[in-house]
Design a protein around this ligand. Structure first.
Ligand SMILES: [Zn+2]
Length: 82
């Protein structure tokens, strides 16, 4: 697990929660909660498999589906407005 805060670059992270198969880690410096990052080796594998040329080539064909998914995610996030 790669445990450097993406915001402040601190290495002081601890497991916060596990939800739906994802591990959330919390930065002890800036308190940002983020998903735990996979190792460099696993990230390379994900980039090659998940973000393959086939996936990226079909991106524009999936425009409507992706826009709908984006709007749904924003709607979910807006429920947590302070
Ligand atoms: Zn931080």
């Amino acid at each position: 697990m790669y445990r450097t805060c993406i915001y402040c670059k601190s290495n002081s992270m601890k497991t916060f929660k596990k939800i739906a198969g994802y591990t959330l880690v919390k930065c002890n410096t800036c308190l940002l909660v983020q998903t735990a990052q996979p190792s460099f080796k696993n990230r390379n594998h994900i980039n090659q498999v998940v973000y393959s040329d086939e996936y990226l080539g079909n991106y524009l064909k999936r425009e409507k589906e992706l826009k709908l998914r984006f709007r749904q995610r924003v709607s979910e996030i807006e429920k947590y407005k302070i």
